[in-house]
Design a binder for this molecule. Structure first.
Ligand SMILES: Cc1cc2nc3c(=O)[nH]c(=O)nc-3n(C[C@H](O)[C@H](O)[C@H](O)COP(=O)(O)O)c2cc1C
Length: 355
């Protein structure tokens, strides 16, 4: 069965949910490991106090028994603790009683760079909040939980996935300077996957290509505006003799300009991908906008927001890459029980005599 993931949830709604189907049975999950990833997503230089309000914890509603997957859809929930301040404004049903708490007044000041303007036009909303609540990156929390599950599956065949910020020191200096000017910044993150055997993905169709799938997964994350596989854009300026990774007799490489993927297939070297994040669109010193109610010139919505979320993106990108690699690994090795998956991987490694 194909590994599939779908999610739902608004930023200030009751909870975020994800359903993961196609996982093999018998995979041991560690609640502490999933919660640790959720905590990593909330940390990082430049994040807002929202992160202290929410202390994300995973809950499992289905698909797991006594810490082991059942081979049935796994239902994950991450509650929005902050919802208690939005029970009227974000009530799923027509709210009862007098308006109270947050989100009671319609937002009419769209932020440049956010979903606000195009979102209300597309869906016919009168309140920008109806668009921004889902467009917000809050729901990446439950995708991080799903990525944690994917990492457990990948670990069973010796694959590890790690995300980090490219140049953490520069980021911190940028954040300090931007905060002082009530501005925001972006940055670059890198995800590396070690232990990936040659043969995940395919050149057969564009949908099969592992590079395309990873790019799709990373571009699917809010605020990501560029993706590189291996040396990416820099390859365009190199000669072929400098750009390609020569093959040794043991079929390994001394260089890895390709980032572990050739012709859409993993080649056995470390997978290296990078994602560029734009500066966050919610500014404490807001940009010019229009009041959608009056049509008058105005400044954009100011709402509690991060100065940067690049460290968080490293965790979200790690989860996205882990999920895509798990999909590709499951596609290649199959298995209703995790032991079948592991055995198929071992048989393949033996066939290709991969050291
Ligand atoms: C982990 C993470 C946290 C984010 N936090 C914020 C935030 O606090 N404020 C904000 O304006 N945008 C934030 N964003 C970015 C917006 O969600 C994003 O820019 C917006 O949804 C528009 O989508 P686009 O940038 O992909 O075009 C965050 C993105 C990520 C990945």
């Amino acid at each position: 069965m194909t590994l599939r993931l779908s999610s739902a949830g608004e930023s200030h709604g009751p909870a975020l949910v994800a359903i993961l189907s196609g996982l093999p049975a018998g995979l041991t999950l560690d609640r502490a490991a999933i919660d640790a990833d959720l905590k990593r997503r909330q940390e990082g230089y430049g994040r807002s106090p929202r992160q202290q309000i929410e202390q994300d914890r995973v809950e499992v509603l289905a698909g797991l028994r006594q810490g082991r997957t059942l081979g049935t859809p796994l239902a994950l929930v991450v509650r929005n603790v902050d919802h208690k301040n939005w029970t009227w404004g974000m009530s799923p049903w027509p709210p009862e009683g007098e308006p109270s708490g947050k989100g009671t007044k319609p937002v009419t000041l769209p932020r440049p760079g956010h979903a606000d303007l195009a979102g209300v036009l597309k869906y016919g909303h009168a309140d920008v909040r109806d668009a921004l609540e889902r467009a917000s990156a809050r729901h990446t929390a439950v995708h991080v939980a799903a990525g944690s599950v994917a990492k457990a599956l990948l670990a069973s065949i010796g694959i590890t996935v790690t995300g980090s910020v490219v140049d953490e020191e520069a980021l911190r200096a940028n954040v300090d300077a931007a905060r002082a000017e009530r501005d925001t910044v972006g940055g670059i993150v890198e995800v590396r996957a070690a232990g990936v055997p040659p043969g995940l993905g395919s050149y057969a169709t564009k949908e099969d290509r592992l590079d395309a799938r990873l790019a799709f997964a990373l571009m699917g994350i809010q605020a990501v505006k560029g993706v590189e596989i291996g040396d990416g854009f820099a390859l365009a300026g190199l000669r072929g003799s400098e750009a390609h990774d020569e093959i040794r007799t043991d079929r390994r490489r001394d260089t890895n300009h390709a980032g572990g993927i050739e012709a859409g297939i993993s080649n056995g070297e470390e997978i290296v991908v990078r994602a560029a994040m734009k500066p966050l669109p919610t500014l404490m010193k807001p940009l010019a906008s229009v009041d959608l109610q009056t049509g008058e010139a105005a400044t954009a919505l100011v709402e509690r927001s991060d100065v940067a979320a690049v460290e968080a993106l490293a965790v979200v990108a790690e989860a996205a890459v882990a999920w895509e690699l798990a999909v590709a690994a499951k596609e290649k090795f199959g298995g209703d029980a995790v032991g079948d998956f592991i055995a198929a991987h071992a048989a393949y490694i033996e066939r290709i005599a991969w050291a």
